[in-house]
Design a protein around this ligand. Structure first.
Ligand code: CAA
Length: 380
């Protein structure tokens, strides 16, 4: 067993770290305050190859492994989780889904624009009445021969307004339940497709989350992904990989907050010495470091499973469940180590605490991860 990263992995990690410090950190507090999408930063991440890391090089992707992707996600998330969720959704839900299941034409037309960041993608599964219960899709797509007519509403869509290419899940035949669900590529600008108001969020406020409505949107048949009825499996398979990305995001938020708390403990003095010399603080740092290291091992194992052709439903779900809990615990403690300053925006950790919460909710809540885990361990 070799825990050492390759030279290439180290280079990717360093490149993501440099980008996060030099390009994401300046303005991160203001973007959070104003709910401002990191448009310029996302454009640059596209130019640097962070938007389609695992996608095939022939469609502009980086052809990298999942380990590279989670390393980058961790480093970006240490500084700016709003920017890293844009990377995560674009890479693991949209690019990976199209690269793995799209037709040659779909890849040429859409994937090649998504991998370079020329266009941003969104994954549209959740609905007002279908969040965790994902098979209860109310959005419909009626087969009209050479096209489908799409009607319905999607909720809490990451990149809702900034995206231009949307993967939309809809029922084509309700009688067939989950086997009557399909996934479609919908473009911004198609008649009848409207982006709703922006959600006012607690955390990851720089990312834009919107509802979407489809009123008789004509979607060409060639925009369906996979065989008829493949849509639910498409969503589940895509989300299984997405959960590794969000686990890496949670890990990064935790690791970023921990690094700040550690540095602060070396400069802040109380009772005549730096607070790191008080066991109350040193033990907090010890607990934070230990849980982060455990989460990192789980994230890496899930990425390794995916890269080596093993089933990663279980390891991905466990990594997300655990890393998101670590993100919550560590960010709360990082605020505590900072004392009064922890409650103030300029010290970053209060934002990280707010950002951490969503990792226990999106791409499957912690309770959904426990369904996936328990079904998997009880299957035999
Ligand atoms: N891979 C392949 N197929 C899978 C699968 C997987 N990982 N998981 C389930 N399936 C298949 C099953 O085999 C079954 O198909 P067959 O009957 O043909 O065998 C079908 O899917 C239905 O499976 P279940 O009976 O297990 O379905 P269920 O109704 O019990 O739901 C669930 C399972 C795991 C709870 C699922 O509904 C789920 O994951 N819910 C959470 C949805 C979610 O993650 N939403 C997040 C929104 S996206 C987002 O947040 C993105 C963003 O913007 C950040």
């Amino acid at each position: 067993m070799d825990f050492k990263l390759t030279e290439e992995h180290e280079m990717i990690r360093q490149a993501a770290r440099d980008f996060a410090i030099n390009e994401l950190k300046p303005g991160v507090i203001e973007r959070d305050e104003k709910q401002e999408f990191p448009k310029e930063q996302v454009k640059k991440m596209g130019e640097l190859g962070f938007m389609g890391m695992m996608a095939s090089p022939e469609y502009g992707g980086g052809g990298m492994d999942t380990v590279s992707y989670v390393l980058a996600m961790e480093e970006l998330s240490k500084i700016d989780a709003s920017a890293s969720v844009v990377v995560s959704v674009n890479n693991s839900l949209v690019c990976w889904g199209l690269d793995t299941y799209g037709t040659e034409e779909q890849k040429k037309k859409y994937l090649s624009k998504l991998t370079t960041g020329e266009k941003i993608g969104a994954f549209c599964l959740s609905e007002p009445e279908a969040g965790s219960d994902a098979t209860s899709q109310k959005t419909t797509a009626i087969d009209k021969g050479d096209h489908y007519i799409l009607n319905g509403t999607k909720n809490w869509i990451t990149n809702g307004n900034s995206a231009e290419i949307y993967l939309v899940i809809a029922h084509t035949d309700k009688e067939k339940k989950h086997r009557g669900i399909n996934a479609f590529i919908v473009e911004k600008g198609m008649e009848g497709f409207e982006v709703g108001p922006k959600e006012q969020k607690m955390g990851i406020r720089g990312s834009d989350t919107h509802s979407l409505t489809f009123n008789d949107v004509k979607v060409p048949k060639e925009n369906r992904i996979g065989e008829d009825g493949f849509g639910f499996k498409f969503a589940m398979k895509t989300l299984a990989g997405g959960r590794i990305g969000i686990a890496a995001q949670a890990l990064g938020i935790a690791a970023g907050a921990y690094e700040m708390a550690k540095e602060y403990s070396k400069i802040r003095k109380a009772f005549g010495t730096e607070i790191k010399n008080h066991q109350a603080i040193a033990f907090k740092l010890a607990d934070m470091h230990t849980s982060i290291e455990a989460a990192r091992h789980m994230v890496m194992k899930a990425a390794w499973d995916k890269d080596n052709g093993h089933n990663y439903d279980l390891s991905g779900a466990m990594a997300k469940l655990y890393a998101s809990q670590v993100a919550m615990d560590v960010t709360v403690e990082a605020v505590q180590v900072h004392g009064g300053n922890g409650y103030v925006k300029e010290y970053h950790v209060e934002r990280m605490m707010r950002d951490a919460k969503i990792t226990q909710i999106y791409e499957g809540t912690s309770e959904i991860q426990k369904i996936v885990i328990s079904r998997s361990i009880l299957a035999d």
